[in-house]
Write a new protein. Sequence first.
Length: 285
Amino acid sequence: MDLETTARLLIKCRDEAGIVAAVTSFLHHHGANITALDQHTTDPFGGMFFMRLEFQTPHLIITKDALEDAFGKVVAQRFDMDWTMSYATPPKRAALFVSGHDHCLMELLWRWTRDELPMDVAAVVSNHPVLKEAVEHFGVPYHYVPLSKENKAEAEDAILDIIKDTDFVVLARYMQILSADFLGRYGKPVINIHHSFLPAFVGADPYRQARERGVKIIGATAHYVTEELDGGPIIEQDVSRVSHRQDIAQLRELGRDIERRVLARAVTWHCQDRVLLHDNKTVVF
């Protein structure tokens, strides 16, 4: 599909008869060609209904702005929808945050340079200077912003100024907790990779926690960030089997591979508008 002409429609509302027909008929009558459609209901009799459509726009009989306005008045109001209509281009602008561990960051940058991640990397922000040269090799600005308990407010002010023109943030092993004030002022999605299979082993040093507990699987979790530590809506997870023979260092080495894959998938799906939020859960199409 031509991304230049691809539009996406995400819908959440109470389930009732006629939703799919109303949406598809509206798009057809305005010259859109639907190329993908996914839907899910929690209960066909009064549950929550979720839908994602992709459609092509070169033959629209009205402008995109007029299409959105008409959809809101003709369809969305009728079904009391929570909805968004977006477009594949221009791609979403991301800021990547990192501390000292580079594996997740390098995976994202590598995929991005190979056009495997449909986003624009606007900046890398770090509380350590060690990755500056490696990041600038990709042609991405690197912003070193030291952060401590004493200067947290000032550092977050500086970071917010750096990322003010971005659409979302990825915490690619950024080992700092963002304040509620920061999240509220930024007001856009923040994706984190946590190196455990949440809700197990929340917080620091989960591989040590896993080893001490004697688990038989370890995993990683990509989730949206909320004020609750490691408690936001989960986007993607994966696991690998382990045994008593593996020490903490081996668990960490194995976990790094899982973290890279999980975060890359979550970021891709977010950029492709495949994730719908409902309460503290996600529906991923």
